[in-house]
Design a protein around this ligand. Structure first.
Ligand code: FMN
Length: 212
């Protein structure tokens, strides 16, 4: 049985492109592999807190968190890490905001990237502790960044998420981009359809047990 962790980070509801596309991925995946268990994490409901002094004190000394605020943040961080640990496949929706991820998603990354829990420092360097897991990141952007065009250097979202998940030890990190969402309607829809085709391809490969 596969356990799939479905994460969304767009503040928009039905109007969100990434929410539509992660929903499509999860729906098709579960159709192809009905034994899948889905864990849901909506980063808008509620948004993870930004790290503060109390949170960091709790992360660095989890056996003796100082005060109720630290305990609350530590418990949330532990829960979100357990969701990742329990998953074989992470499906993440990530809107591009100001050339990178939303602050909500960044707050989640800060909550789950914890030394001693999801990665550790060794004599040989950093070791990610989430091996054996795969991630599919579905992005939406107003403009175009792929294909080495003039704006490709401004995509600070793909490299960040790829580096981050690999840093945590994940074996495979795949991206589906729905670009051009700020363009005229027809163009935006064509690009969303292109992303849907890519999702169908990934789901079929996964259902066949191949690399996604
Ligand atoms: C605050 C904000 C910042 C944005 N920044 C960028 C950007 O830097 N580059 C870009 O191509 N699109 C940008 N966009 C457009 C979004 O990436 C696009 O609308 C995308 O569809 C959002 O994903 P969602 O529909 O799932 O919410 C921005 C949109 C908002 C609201």
């Amino acid at each position: 049985m596969t356990t799939l962790l479905h994460i969304d980070s767009s503040p928009l509801g039905e109007a969100s492109v990434t929410r539509r596309l992660t929903g499509e991925f999860v729906h098709r995946w579960c159709e192809a592999q009905p034994a899948t268990r889905v864990i849901r994490r909506d980063l808008q409901d509620p948004p993870p807190p930004h790290l503060d002094e109390a949170a960091l004190a709790a992360f660095w000394n989890p056996d003796a968190p100082a005060g109720p605020d630290s305990r609350v943040v530590l418990a949330l961080s532990d829960t979100m890490i357990q969701e990742l640990e329990g998953a074989d496949l992470v499906v993440l929706g990530s809107p591009m905001y100001n050339f990178t991820v939303t602050s909500t998603l960044k707050a989640w990354m800060d909550m789950v990237g914890r030394a001693g829990r999801t990665f550790r420092y060794t004599e040989e360097g950093v070791q990610g502790l989430l091996g054996g897991r795969r991630a599919v990141v579905i992005t939406a952007r107003g403009g175009f960044y792929r294909g080495g065009g003039p704006t490709s250097g401004a995509d600070h979202q793909t490299a960040l998420l790829d580096t981050y998940f690999r840093f945590l030890g994940m074996d495979e990190v795949m991206f589906v981009h729905a670009e051009g969402q700020g363009m005229e309607r027809e163009r935006a829809r064509t690009e969303e359809d292109r992303a849907r085709s890519e999702i169908r391809r990934l789901v079929s490969a996964g259902a066949a047990g191949a690399c996604l």
